[in-house]
Design a protein. Structure first.
Length: 118
């Protein structure tokens, strides 16, 4: 299973973007998927995650209330709706999946760049 992230771009502060993470290939279950981001010179950080049924969602404190994670299992897609974007949200965003159903993220997509102008 491969993951492909898209939807990044340039947006003004206060604006919105929606990122998509599409999974290709077959899995026995709908995997837990997370979004991470990495800004230049900084470590990769967790942003949000969603379990296979979408019953459980997790957010970092820095994005809680502004970002919403969701999924459409019929389309094998997980979304990250980002509202009220701030310059500090600028980073390369990655999606990752726990494809084997374990505790670790074992499949990572390529990143999509999000740039926020002030």
């Amino acid at each position: 299973v491969q993951l492909q992230a898209s939807g990044g771009g340039l947006v003004q502060a206060g604006g919105s973007l929606r990122l998509s993470c599409v999974a290709s290939g077959r899995t026995k279950h709908n995997p837990h998927v997370g979004w991470f981001r990495q800004a230049p010179g900084q470590e990769r950080e967790f942003v949000a995650a969603i379990n296979g049924s979408a019953y459980r969602k997790y957010y970092s404190d820095s994005v809680k209330g502004r970002f919403t994670i969701s999924r459409d299992n019929a389309k094998n897609t997980v979304y990250l709706q980002m509202n009220s974007l701030k310059p500090e949200d600028a980073a390369v965003y990655y999606c990752a999946g726990k494809i084997r159903g374990g505790k670790e993220y074992d499949s990572w997509g390529q990143g999509t760049q999000v740039t926020v102008s002030s």
